[in-house]
Design a protein around this ligand. Structure first.
Ligand code: FES
Ligand SMILES: [Fe+2]
Length: 331
C-alpha cells in the first residue's frame, strides 16, 4: 500500500473483524442543537476543550495531525483508573469515526452531522460494541447503559458550545473556517471569530459608576463584539469583553482571577480592556467598536458601527485613555 489509507466507515471497520470471533451490535443516539455541521466537526476535533470543559479526562497523546489523533485516555470507572486506547478520524466533511479498546472490548462510534434550518444541526452517533460472540449478549446492555450515560455527561458540556456557535451565526458573526485540523485546535492565540456589519449595534448607555457592583459584573449589550462587562475592583472600575475571539465562547461565566478573566472553553485569559481609577477623572477611551466617555460620576458607552478599518479589529485588546487609533468619531 502506498501513502496513507483510511477506513471508509464504521461498518467497513467492523466487517474486517469477520475472520475473528468478534461480532458487533449497534445503537444510535440523536441530538439536535444549534450550530452548523462544521461546528460539530470542530467540537469533536477540539483537543483544547477536553481538559477545560470535560475536566475528568487525563489524556496521553501519541499522534496528532490534520484528520487523525490517537491517545490513551485514563478513564475513571467506579473510582478506579482504566487506560483506554482511543483513535479519532475525520472521514469526510460531516463525519467522524472513533474507536477505543478496553480489556477485550472494542467500542466504535460514527458521528454524522446534518444541517437543519436556522443554523441548527442534527447529530446522529452510532455506537458499535464489539466483543467475542459469546460475550456480546452479556456485554451489550451494560456497555450501552454506560455509553449512554457517558454521552449525556459529555453533552452537558458540548451542547451549550454548539448552541453558542449557532447563536453567533444567527447574530451575523463571521466564523469563516471550513476545516479544523486537530493540531490547530491547540493554538489558543488564533482567532476564528470576526464581526460583520449585520451584527446589531446596541443603543448607547450611561452607567452610574456608583451602581457598578464589586461581585458579579454589570453587562452592556449582548455577548458579541459590542458587549462588555463592567466590574468594580478595589479602587477601580474595570471593563472586560463578553466574547472570546478564539472560537466565540461567551465570557459572561468566565472566572475572574488576579485582574484577568478566563474563558470557560479553552482557558485563554483576558486582562481588562481598560481601567478607571477611582475617583474618576474626565477622560475618554476609544476602541474599535466603542467610545467610552468617563466623567467623575458616569461611564457613557457609545457603540461604533463596523467599517473597513475595524473589520479585523480585536475587541479584547487593551485601550489607553484618549486612544484614537481608529480615527475620530462622533457620539
Ligand atoms: S473560545 Fe477558546 S479560549 Fe475562548
Ligand atoms: Fe466535548
Amino acid at each position: 500500500m502506498k501513502g496513507p489509507w483510511t477506513v471508509a466507515s464504521q461498518a467497513e471497520f467492523a466487517s474486517s473483524f469477520g475472520r475473528t470471533n468478534y461480532r458487533f451490535k449497534y445503537f444510535d443516539l440523536v441530538l439536535e442543537s444549534g450550530g452548523d455541521p462544521i461546528d460539530i466537526i470542530f467540537n469533536y476535533k477540539d483537543l483544547a476543550h477536553l481538559k477545560v470543559v470535560h475536566n475528568t479526562f487525563d489524556i496521553f497523546y501519541s499522534h496528532i495531525s490534520e484528520d487523525v489523533q490517537s491517545c490513551v485516555v485514563m478513564q475513571k470507572l467506579f473510582g478506579l483508573n482504566f487506560p483506554l486506547t482511543h483513535m479519532a478520524l475525520q472521514l469526510d466533511e460531516n463525519r467522524m469515526f472513533f474507536h477505543d479498546s478496553f480489556l477485550n472490548i472494542l467500542l466504535t462510534s460514527e458521528v454524522v452531522a446534518e444541517p437543519l434550518p436556522e443554523h441548527r444541526v442534527k447529530v446522529t452517533t452510532t455506537y458499535g460494541i464489539g466483543a467475542p460472540r459469546l460475550l456480546l449478549p452479556l456485554a451489550f446492555p451494560v456497555l450501552k447503559w454506560l455509553l449512554t450515560r457517558n454521552f449525556h455527561v459529555l453533552m452537558e458540556g458540548d451542547a451549550p458550545m454548539r448552541d453558542r456557535r449557532g447563536d453567533l451565526r444567527r447574530w451575523g458573526m463571521r466564523l469563516p473556517r471550513t476545516t479544523y485540523p486537530f493540531q490547530d485546535t491547540l493554538d489558543l492565540r488564533a482567532r476564528h471569530v470576526f464581526p460583520s456589519d449585520t451584527v446589531a449595534l446596541p443603543e448607547p448607555a450611561t452607567i452610574a459608576l456608583a451602581s457598578v457592583p464589586s461581585g458579579s459584573p454589570l453587562m452592556f449589550g449582548r455577548s458579541d463584539n459590542y458587549g462588555v462587562q463592567i466590574v468594580r475592583r478595589d479602587d477601580a472600575i474595570e471593563v472586560y469583553p463578553r466574547m472570546c475571539p478564539h472560537e466565540g465562547a461567551c465570557l459572561d461565566q468566565g472566572a475572574f482571577k488576579e485582574r484577568s478573566l478566563s474563558c470557560c472553553w479553552h482557558g485563554r485569559r483576558f486582562g481588562p480592556i481598560f481601567r478607571i481609577e477611582l475617583p474618576a477623572q474626565p477622560t475618554e477611551f476609544v476602541g474599535p467598536f466603542h467610545r467610552f466617555i468617563v466623567s467623575p460620576a458616569e461611564l457613557r458607552i457609545v457603540p461604533i458601527a463596523l467599517n473597513g478599518s475595524t473589520v479585523e479589529a480585536d475587541w479584547t485588546a487593551t485601550i489607553t485613555p484618549r486612544t484614537t487609533m481608529y480615527g475620530e468619531r462622533g457620539a
